[in-house]
Design a protein around this ligand. Structure first.
Ligand code: ADP
Ligand code: ADP
Length: 226
């Protein structure tokens, strides 16, 4: 099964800037895939389009076979999204942020509470469950973003620079968490500009530069070439 299929994807922003020049790549179910490239390459634009936060100009995107143009609702149910910027209600309590999210997906209050507890414990946020999210540290907010993205148990998790500005200790614990999640069957795609991060975590890789995919291979093959 193909988890994500991108064909000839092009994005021209409102100011005329061509951020994606017709990129294509696929990610198979079960993969841990890194979209690697320097700042400004087009990584966030690509994931933004997949998660319906950015409108594409032309091209085709399918999530588990659901075309974003025709079956956006089905595609969204398969997807968990962790954007770079914190976008939750800063005055809502940590646990409520998770149960509210679950409600959007029609998950029962009982299941929502159970799942929230599971992820809060797993991500070391259980002690903070009654605090408003504004009070959390940057690293905690990032973990909360991940927990929220998982509440509806998506088959594909996409994360935009999940460890940017995160200290080394937390980075390692997030890597562990993501590796375990992948081992349990969730397909994961992340963007990063650290080769080291891609190397530690991922199986396959797409390298993007100036809006073009310049390499699409396995980490193993890439490292042999270097
Ligand atoms: P779209 O073409 O998807 O409608 P726009 O070009 O209208 O997007 O821009 C969306 C937002 O991004 C605007 O608020 C704009 O100010 C902001 N923006 C403009 N240039 C940049 C940039 N280089 N990087 C990030 N954001 C930008
Ligand atoms: P990356 O995530 O790889 O750093 P982005 O996808 O954020 O790259 O940006 C790709 C290019 O598109 C950059 O040159 C950026 O300045 C430009 N860009 C991003 N958002 C906008 C926008 N809203 N309007 C105009 N240009 C943008």
């Amino acid at each position: 099964t193909t988890a994500l299929s991108i064909k000839d994807l092009r994005k021209v922003y409102g100011n005329g800037f061509e951020a994606l020049k017709g990129i294509s790549f696929e990610v198979e179910e079960g993969d841990f895939f890194a979209l690697l490239g320097p700042n400004g390459a087009g990584k966030s634009t690509t994931l933004g389009i997949v998660s319906s936060l950015v409108n594409k100009t032309t091209g085709k995107v399918e999530v588990f076979g659901h075309d974003l143009d025709h079956n956006a609702t089905l595609a969204k149910c398969e997807l968990g999204v962790v954007p770079q910027e914190f976008n939750f209600n800063m005055f809502e309590k940590v646990e409520d942020i998770l149960t509210t999210q679950a409600g959007y997906y029609g998950i029962s209050a009982e299941d929502a509470k159970e799942r929230a507890e599971f992820y809060l414990r797993k991500l070391g946020l259980w002690d903070k469950r009654d605090q408003v999210s504004r009070m959390l540290s940057g690293g905690m907010k990032r973990r909360l973003m991940i927990a929220r993205a998982l509440m509806h148990e998506p088959r594909l998790l996409i994360l935009d620079e999940p460890t940017a500005g995160v200290d080394i200790e937390l980075r390692r614990s997030m890597w562990e968490f993501l590796t375990e999640l992948n081992a349990e069957g969730t397909t994961i795609i992340l963007t990063t500009h650290y080769l080291e991060e891609a190397e530690s975590l991922c199986r396959n890789i797409g390298i993007i530069d100036h809006g073009t995919i310049i390499e699409n291979t396995s980490i193993r093959k890439l490292l042999k070439q270097l």
